[in-house]
Write a protein that binds this ligand. Structure first.
Ligand SMILES: [Zn+2]
Length: 224
């Protein structure tokens, strides 16, 4: 219950992107987000750092638990958002019935097995059936599912299914290409591998020509 109320409070605040924070260093982000839930996260972060053998009183770590709490709150903030929050009435009636593709959308997520980042690009396409969605909503939809503890396979599928549900289009295609810190910094330590996942719904699944159109348009500009 506490987690829910923390997140509700968090999301009533105006959103600030990283560049705003950087340029408006005096903005009191701390005052905005210090909530009961963040206090318990801060305490947990202190425990974690102590368990790692760190000295919580050395200068560089004095406010680290608070920073960790804020960062983790933000990085998981998508889990309490809904499609309604994201799409917010930006669905319009249009006769356009060819593929709409927004490609190379960057995203950052957290793997739920190690709570380490995975990041990369997503390509999101759909075939309208009378309705289109504001283009900026596709990256927002991606962020909603990326900002939570995730696995890449589920992220891919959730974005596709959400778009299918919201627009009821003739088809949806989503491809995600990502690098996983849990494979880069630890484990097999492979820095250059990429994991590619895709979800194809409706006509993209059934029609090889459409699938190829999606793939070749995604690859356009890569020299492939
Ligand atoms: Zn992992």
């Amino acid at each position: 219950m506490e987690m829910v109320s923390r997140r509700e409070v968090q999301w009533q605040q105006p959103r600030q992107d990283v560049s705003n924070r950087a340029t408006n260093g005096s903005m009191s982000v701390n005052a905005v987000t210090d909530t009961a839930g963040e206090e318990s996260l801060t305490a947990a972060a202190s425990d974690l750092l102590s368990a790692l053998g760190e000295d919580l009183y050395r200068e560089g770590l004095l406010r680290t638990p608070q920073r960790m709490a804020k960062a983790l709150t933000y990085l998981t903030s998508g889990s309490t958002m809904t499609m309604k929050d994201v799409l917010n009435g930006a669905i319009f009636t249009e006769r356009y019935d060819q593929m709409v593709l927004v490609k190379d959308i960057e995203f950052y997520s957290l793997c739920e097995h190690h709570v380490l980042p995975f990041y990369g690009t997503a390509h999101i396409a759909y075939l309208p059936a009378g309705k289109v969605v504001g283009l900026s909503k596709l990256p927002r939809l991606l962020d909603m599912y990326a900002r939570r503890l995730q696995v890449q396979e589920r992220l891919t599928q959730q974005v596709a299914e959400a778009l299918q549900e919201a627009l009821n289009p003739r088809g949806v295609a989503v491809m995600v290409e990502a690098s996983h810190f849990c494979m880069m910094m630890r484990g097999v330590e492979k820095q250059n591998s990429k994991t590619v996942t895709s979800a194809l719904l409706g006509e993209f699944r059934d029609d090889p020509a459409l699938r190829n159109e999606f793939l070749s348009t995604v690859r356009m500009g890569y020299g492939a």
